[in-house]
Design a protein around this ligand. Structure first.
Ligand SMILES: [Zn+2]
Length: 294
């Protein structure tokens, strides 16, 4: 640190801009992992400061590459998602800075994942509403495969910036993460949030991105999935109308569709979900970590 101060003083005395102060030998990069444990379904931010110009920052978490993006004051940041059902325990995280012609700097940290109780929802429904015909079951499986294929795709570009928006203002009808039982049989947990919406109410893109998928699905109804880049996706289900085409770019706050009750929905609402490198995380956790308002 002292050597660094001496160098700054020398540069100031010499009247030279700092950028000319020699080949990246200034401050060493510093890595800031999440403070403390991270709960299932949450999103954590990683920050690397003092990255030399032209250096690459990379990392790995849960066997997946971590995508870093530029943050304020030349820092690089990344978001990691803790899947809703990732068993609690210690998990390794590795982050590396590779400069030109220099030895990489590697940090090996442990992220402590802790359990979070998201509650349980129990429904009793007539059997005819629960049992799917072989034809419908086939359709549902094909649709699930289309979504699963998306989560495996990673756009190398970061299309989003700043805060993630709530796509509409309506109250929270059903929170993220509830374990669900229908007629006492365990079903998939709720992996998004349900927001109250009027029929035809505009649904906004939560942030910038590329429309990765538009379609009509058995459970999700008319749906839009936005690829924000670096493995981050948001999804919008049960729309009455879709206003965007697959493959086009959208801006934060742009109307992508109108709320509705298509697919399996008991009334008009928006199901809003997030995937981050395949992990099922709470959309509100993404809003919070990016500094947005609930
Ligand atoms: Zn839902």
């Amino acid at each position: 640190m002292q050597a660094f101060l001496v160098m700054i003083i020398a540069v100031v005395v010499a009247g030279l801009p700092l950028a000319l102060a020699g080949g990246g030998s200034a401050a060493s990069p510093e890595f800031f992992p999440p403070h403390g444990p991270v709960a299932q379904g949450e999103v954590a931010e990683l920050l690397v400061q003092g990255v030399p110009a032209g250096a690459a920052v990379e990392g790995s978490w849960q066997g997946e590459a971590v995508g870093f993006f530029p943050a304020s004051q030349g820092a690089r940041a990344a978001l990691i998602g803790i899947d809703l059902r990732l068993p609690p325990g210690p998990y390794p995280l590795e982050v590396r800075v590779r400069g030109r012609g220099e030895n990489p700097i590697t940090w090996r940290e442990t992220i402590q994942v802790v359990a979070k109780d998201y509650g349980v929802e129990r429904l009793q429904l007539p059997e005819r509403m629960v049992t799917l015909s072989p034809k419908t079951l086939k359709r549902v499986r094909e649709e699930e495969a289309r979504f699963a294929a998306l989560w495996g795709k990673r756009s190398p570009k970061c299309y989003w910036s700043g805060q993630f928006l709530r796509p509409l203002a309506g109250d929270l009808l059903s929170p993220f993460g509830r374990a669900r039982f229908i007629n006492d049989e365990p079903r998939s947990p709720h992996t998004g949030v349900d927001l109250r919406a009027a029929l035809g109410e505009p649904v906004l893109a939560s942030n910038g991105g590329r429309v990765a998928l538009v379609g009509e699905f058995f459970f999700h109804g008319r749906a839009v999935v936005i690829d924000h880049g670096l493995g981050l996706y948001t999804m919008y289900f049960h729309l009455s109308e879709v206003k965007v085409k697959a493959g086009t770019q959208v801006k934060r706050g742009e109307v992508i569709g109108l709320a509705g009750a298509t697919g399996r929905a008991s009334g008009p609402h928006l199901h809003w979900g997030v995937r981050l490198a395949g992990a099922r995380v709470d959309p509100f956790a993404l809003v919070k970590v990016t500094g947005g308002e609930m």
